[in-house]
Design a binder for this molecule. Sequence first.
Ligand SMILES: C[S@@+](CC[C@H](N)C(=O)[O-])C[C@H]1O[C@@H](n2cnc3c(N)ncnc32)[C@H](O)[C@@H]1O
Length: 323
Amino acid sequence: MVEYYDNDFSFEEHQLEMEGKLQSMPSTSETAEQDTIDDDEHVKLHPNTQAQCWDGFHTSHSTGNFFKPRRYIMKCFPCILDHCATEDSTRMGRPKRLVLEVGCGSGSSCLPILRNCAENTIILACDCSAKAVDVCKSVVQSSTDAKNFGAFVSDPSLESDESDTSFAQDVKRAHGQLMEETPTTIDDAVGLADIVLMVFVLSAVPPKRVPRFMKQIFDATKCGGKVCFRDYALYDLPMMRFKETHSVHSTCSDADGRTPRLYERGDGTLSRFFSLDTIRDIFESSGFIMEELRYATVFNDNRKTGERLKRAFVHAVFRKPQD
Ligand SMILES: C[S@@+](CC[C@H](N)C(=O)[O-])C[C@H]1O[C@@H](n2cnc3c(N)ncnc32)[C@H](O)[C@@H]1O
């Protein structure tokens, strides 16, 4: 297993340095007018929905060397291994454990899990982009025995009037198909997932849709189940590289009362940068209990330029209470 360190530098010192840099830049009003997410959460710069924008992204990144498995996933979330790596005789006759990845993209995170988990674990991966689900399925099928794996299209941020089924129902249906169970009613869908993986997905959800997204994640999680979370932190390198013209103003606010640090890439996909307090607020107001929450800071060395790049992430584990 690869060694993984995620405390390469002090986040607090980095924050001070980056705030100094931001203050020395011209303010938004001196550069360009900011874009505002309107009430429908459609971003002005791009007419497509987020699912369409991510379809475009996955279409142009489905070939070549883009795919890189996140081998560190098992290291930074040991609870996945604790939960799923061993065949446990006390579980004989009980349902298989379920790991659910939301926003699976091309499968970078779920593939290492599939390779490390035992027979009694199944992995379901979903994404709002149908193209991502296709790519993820073919990556998994070509790399490992995919018999304990299923992938489906679903978007937990959709309101009940935007989708015929709830997210928990989509999970239940995909689970039933994989287990080859006779279809039963999906109306009473209860949380099935022992572990939910959210890796670089919340940053892509328009802030106004986050409460709905989190409610549906909560409903899809088993009581006592855990959410393993990793996403971009404030002052991460891509945030510092975004031009002010890509900054999107949302009507929501972060824990510090400021507008979310939200940017739109050229292809219309969104990228939000979080503080620990904002992540704690988002999860706790959805009913989860915090188990782990910290900044992960990592040096990425660029071999070509010799540059040392500073990456900053929010790492967290939250638990759904037992009833
Ligand atoms: C930055 S990629 C991360 C992919 C993957 N988790 C990984 O670790 O590489 C974000 C993914 O989240 C998906 N996504 C964005 N918003 C979503 C939503 N509301 N529901 C489900 N998936 C979403 C995108 O289509 C994209 O594949």
